[in-house]
Design a protein around this ligand. Structure first.
Ligand SMILES: C[S@@+](CC[C@H](N)C(=O)[O-])C[C@H]1O[C@@H](n2cnc3c(N)ncnc32)[C@H](O)[C@@H]1O
Length: 209
């Protein structure tokens, strides 16, 4: 069964159940609502051609998808959580934004077969998706990627599974066939243990050829 958000039935959807529960408990304003600072810092690269398309994977309630839509992109936004996708759909209908929000389990379902000028992957790590993110990017298009590094595992409340964190240099190596326009491995807010985040961030361009 597929519901109106494109979500599959719950029977075999453990990721979906986990994230839906979390979002129901915390409410739609939980977590950051402002666009990612890394994306905003590279605003000068974000110049949509007419009808420019963007993809936001694991979009949650769409803070980054909404930012790109307000700049003029038409955005496909995907997340496993039907709760988050329903909130995003309500928001974009209210604001009249061109965001197509869809429920999608990225461990099982392929990315849409489209060429995107901009592809976003923030705070989500599925190594099996690296190649698909690159394929989804039009020649000359951009990938923005940011996720936790191993150092986050040493912080209170950090992930316990190394599968969910990037090794030192891993993100840079993964996009070595793209032109890496900016890259960092850093610890943000080191003075405030509740906010400290050890992350790697990248913006990279697919070659024109
Ligand atoms: C930490 S949140 C990051 C959200 C957003 N990218 C941001 O930076 O605000 C991770 C998101 O990944 C989604 N997610 C987890 N597993 C997924 C999967 N298998 N397929 C698609 N999305 C998934 C969750 O529902 C959650 O919204």
């Amino acid at each position: 069964m597929v519901d109106r958000l494109g979500c599959m039935g719950d029977r075999d959807r453990s990721d979906r159940q986990k994230w839906d529960r979390k979002y129901r408990e915390k409410g739609s304003e939980s977590g950051a609502t402002e666009p990612a600072e890394w994306l905003v810092a590279h605003r000068d690269l974000l110049t949509p051609e007419p009808r420019g398309r963007a993809l936001d994977v694991a979009c949650r309630t769409g803070r980054n998808a909404i930012y790109l839509a307000r700049l003029g992109f038409t955005v496909d936004a995907l997340d496993v959580s039907g709760v988050a996708i329903a909130w995003l759909q309500e928001h974009v209908e209210r604001e009249g934004l061109s965001v197509h929000a869809k429920c999608c389990d990225l461990t099982r379902e392929p990315l849409p077969r489209r060429d995107y000028q901009v592809v976003l992957n923030f705070n989500f790590l599925l190594r099996g998706l690296f190649a698909a993110l690159k394929d989804a990017t039009v020649p000359g298009g951009l990938v923005f990627f940011e996720s936790f590094t191993r150092l986050q595992m040493e912080l209170p409340g950090g992930p316990s599974d190394p599968e969910h964190t990037l090794e030192a240099g891993e993100l840079h190596r993964a996009f070595a066939d793209f032109e890496i326009l900016d890259y960092r491995e850093t610890t943000l807010f080191p003075e405030d243990v509740q906010r400290t985040r050890a992350i790697a961030s990248l913006v990279a361009r697919r070659s024109e050829r």
